[in-house]
Design a protein around this ligand. Sequence first.
Ligand code: HPA
Length: 268
Amino acid sequence: MTLEQIRQTASYVHDKAGFEPEIGIILGTGLGGLADEIDIHSSIEYSDIPGFPVSTVEGHKGRLIFGILGGKKVVAMQGRFHYYEGYTPQQVAFPVRVMKFLGIKYLFVSNASGGVNPSFRTGDLMVITDHINLIPNPLVGPNIPELGPRFPDMNDCYDPQLIALADRTATRLGIKLQHGCYVGGTGPTFETQKEYGYFKAIGGDTVGMSTTPEVIAARHMGIPVFGVSVITNVGLSGEKSTHEEVQVEGAKAAVRMTSLFIEMIKEM
Ligand code: HPA
């Protein structure tokens, strides 16, 4: 993906949307309900956007939604692109780069995940404080210096001020938040028991199949990131994990995640 392709797609989207978002939001599997809270100005199907990949997974509506949320101008991706679908890491990261050119100053991300921290329960929300990326890195290849440096720093990858804001907001709303490290794996298999144990051993608290490519691309461009992982299944329980369970549990917890996002955005 060249700078020119990013610019062209951004210019198309900008003209079609007629809207300049300040905050970008990526909604994970089963977590699309937040979109219903957006006072929609316009929306564009991914399939109508030149240069955009098209989402193929059940439970993912593929569109960009522009509108007001918590009093701010946002663009939400309802449906994201996953490495396991066969997209390259660069394709997975492409929409974040486009959002940067649309003018976003912050990125909020969410995902469904399996808990590997033994104290986590299904339905818990975890603020992502760090990640371990096991998906091929989207920055591999020629660097685009207009976007960011060749060797980006990944300390404070998840913005400490946004994490503090999340903690204050959750306390006020009476929402329980876990904190921890998200492991981004390739999928599409759920983990074996030994793999869940391995992710726990290397310092992970949740594991999923997304997020890290987009976060890396955002941090490359200097965008502050806030992330929440919704625990839809407890990996080390030995119970079978299914996509249906992930969607059902995600939808339940999404109600709390949605309030958290909205109330945080109001304060920004
Ligand atoms: N593993 C990987 N990805 C996931 C899981 C899991 O247990 N649950 C939801 N997404």
